[in-house]
Design a protein around this ligand. Structure first.
Ligand SMILES: [Mn+2]
Length: 388
């Protein structure tokens, strides 16, 4: 089994061991997870991204206009000349959507479901820079890309953990350090959700955070029930055709609760709807404005592919698929599509091939469902033509 092969990215343990002993449980320091790692982008290039309108970026300045000042990008060209020598951090979200070489890092994490991955955030810190002791509700792999960063980890936290009174940043009032390590380029630290951590730059340094996502119980309940409600007619109501005479008309009896529980159970247990909602929800793009396709018809798509065009996944799109009793469901950037089981190989190709072209999808272009699927994904913006 591939899941039992020792992986360099996990420090020589297998995916199975990592998931059993560390994932969502405890931190793991991996020295030289990527030996001789060199950052595909430079600090200047990262600063350049933070000037762009459509890029989500933040600056945290420890001794700024206020303690732990948070500024949100896009930043002006002269921002970086006016910063102090030390103790500040620049954070840029979803760099994997902007720089293909950064997206390639995700290939190391194929032992985890792709739909659990959020983005690769890249941070640059001046000496002494950090964002304060805090915790996140998500798993993260922190890959040191340049310079050295000291990471301290501490206690498990939750929403009752005391915080400093800084409106924008969630900084722990109380940090109980248990371990600390200095990470060099290529070293990586895995942190489970809710573990207090505190990183400080030993010298000017860059860190890549491969962040994961998990919907909160509150999100699952509110979003799923909203989705479900669209399919429920108004006449589908609490009903009590079995009602018995009441002794006290003001009392809510347990039989009313039983009827409510039955109503909830009846609707909440529809697996197809639950799967459809979940697939759509988990593939909703973080930046929907980056997933917009051209108006194109099947004939145009066909002739472009025959002329040698390459189709690639839009790095801002999210894709997932699943199996149901009557076929396959493809989820693409918040939408779902029921497809015949015969398209299984095409779905896998769409989700994982480096590029789609006349050779690898040729056979499906003469299939009505296959051709229409590819065309829809281009129109929706989940697939796009490669520049060359
Ligand atoms: Mn963090």
């Amino acid at each position: 089994m591939t899941s039992d092969i020792p992986l360099q990215i996990l420090g020589g343990i297998s995916a199975r061991e990592f998931l059993r002993d560390y994932w969502q449980k405890k931190p793991l320091l991996i020295r030289q997870a990527i030996p001789d790692f060199q950052s595909p982008i430079s600090p200047d290039e990262l600063a350049g991204l933070s000037l762009e309108e459509e890029v989500e970026s933040r600056l945290v300045i420890e001794h700024g206009d206020s303690p732990w000042e948070l500024r949100r990008g896009p930043f002006a060209e002269d921002t970086y000349q006016q910063l102090p020598e030390r103790d500040w951090t620049l954070l840029v979200q979803a760099v994997d959507q902007l720089v293909p070489d950064v997206a390639d890092l995700i290939e190391h994490f194929r032992f985890l479901p792709n739909w659990r991955i959020d983005d690769v955030m890249v941070s640059y810190a001046a000496p002494g820079g950090g964002v304060g002791p805090h915790f996140d509700n998500y798993d993260v792999f922190l890959l040191q890309a340049h310079g050295q960063r000291r990471w301290r980890v501490g206690q498990m936290c939750d929403s009752d953990s005391p915080m400093l009174a800084h409106g924008d940043l969630r900084i722990l009032a109380d940090f109980q350090g248990t371990d600390e390590w200095v990470l060099e380029p290529g070293d990586m630290l895995y942190l489970p959700p809710r573990l207090a951590h505190f990183g400080t730059a030993e010298d000017a340094c860059m860190t890549y955070s491969v962040g994961f996502r998990a919907p909160s119980a509150a999100e699952v309940l509110t979003h799923f029930t909203d989705f479900l409600a669209q399919f429920l007619p108004d006449e589908d109501r609490y009903s009590d055709a079995d009602l018995q005479p009441t002794e006290d008309p003001f009392q809510i009896q347990s039989d009313a609760l039983d009827r409510l529980k039955a109503l909830l159970a009846e609707h909440m247990s529809d697996e197809r709807l639950l799967l459809t909602w979940f697939g759509q929800f988990m593939t909703e793009p973080r930046y929907p404005e980056r997933v917009e396709g051209p108006g194109i018809d099947e004939a145009e798509l066909l002739s472009a592919l025959e002329d040698g065009a390459l189709l690639v996944r839009n790095p801002a799109a999210r894709l997932a698929w699943s199996e149901v009793d009557i076929g396959l469901l493809l989820f693409a950037s918040g939408q779902s599509r029921l497809l015949p089981a015969s398209l299984r190989e095409l779905l896998k190709l769409i989700c994982s091939a480096d590029a789609l072209h006349a050779e690898n999808v040729g056979a499906w272009l003469s299939d009505d469902d296959g051709r229409s699927l590819l065309c829809e994904l281009v129109k929706q913006g989940s697939l796009e033509f490669a520049d060359e």
